[in-house]
Design a protein around this ligand. Structure first.
Ligand SMILES: C[S@@+](CC[C@H](N)C(=O)[O-])C[C@H]1O[C@@H](n2cnc3c(N)ncnc32)[C@H](O)[C@@H]1O
Length: 247
């Protein structure tokens, strides 16, 4: 990368240590993760996640995998729509937040809850062609090799199954992109500092996004994987994006 505007960051290690630094970051912020998500997006992440679930189609009696599930927002929503759902993440602290939410739920006869497993998105512990629906929200950008992560996602999706990737996008309009990148550079780290005492952890969002091809790169890679019906939805002019495809 030669772009001088790319921000250096303690949690962004371009080498072998990438995954360890990312895991440290999420272990560190896990307890306040949900709160800061609401604050930095003004609650909008809930709407974007609802759109993922709508785009997943009919989930009754389907199997679903939520990769990089974190504290489990999408996993719980997939399960609530009737899918037998597994949430996978490599951060024990994020998974512990997700599992605590299960303990907090009233057991009812018809409640379907997800299962959570610890594992690596770059080496999924599942056989080929296993799941009807596979989601990844705000995960792909964090992987050492995002193309490998996408290929793994594709491998475990059954033929005809749906893949959905939600992440920070790159607005096509240069003025809007610059405004948005300044928000990530100047405002979001202040929120990170005030809510989790770690500005660097939230400055990481911009650095990781600058190193990531975002929606257009994901779309091209899905086409190379021979996905069908590949579509990209942009939210707020590309601030967030959702890539959808069928294996
Ligand atoms: C920004 S959070 C997203 C959590 C959740 N999907 C959401 O939308 O709120 C990213 C998650 O990806 C997980 N993660 C990052 N790299 C991973 C990897 N290689 N394998 C498994 N999980 C990973 C982190 O631990 C973290 O929980």
């Amino acid at each position: 990368m030669t772009d001088k505007s790319i921000q250096e960051n303690d949690y962004y290690d371009p080498g072998e240590n990438r995954a360890n630094r990312v895991r440290d970051l999420f272990d560190r912020i896990a307890r306040r993760y949900d709160l800061i998500n609401d604050v930095q997006s003004g609650g909008l992440h809930r709407w974007w996640k609802r759109t993922v679930i709508k785009e997943a189609g009919d989930l009754q009696n389907k199997t679903a995998l939520d990769i990089c599930c974190g504290t489990g927002d999408l996993s719980f929503a997939l399960a609530a729509r009737g899918a037998k759902t597994t949430g996978l993440d490599f951060s024990s602290e994020m998974l512990s937040q997700a599992r605590d939410k299960i303990l907090g739920k009233q057991p009812e006869a018809d409640t379907v809850l997800p299962e959570f497993q610890q594992g690596d998105a770059s080496e999924l512990p599942y056989k080929n062609d296993t799941f009807d629906v596979v989601t990844m929200a705000y995960g792909l950008r964090n992987l050492k090799d995002w193309k490998l992560g996408l290929a793994e996602m594709h491998r475990v999706t059954r033929p005809g199954g749906r893949m959905l990737i939600l992440d920070f996008g790159k607005p096509p309009n240069p003025w809007w992109r610059s405004m948005y990148f300044n928000y990530l550079k100047l405002i979001v780290p202040v929120m990170g500092w005030s809510l989790v005492g770690d500005a660097e952890a939230y400055r990481y969002i911009l650095t990781s996004l600058q190193h990531f091809p975002a929606q257009r790169g994901i779309e091209a890679a899905m086409i190379r994987l021979n996905c069908r019906h590949v579509r990209t939805r942009l939210f707020l002019g590309g601030v967030m994006s959702l890539n959808v495809g069928v294996k």
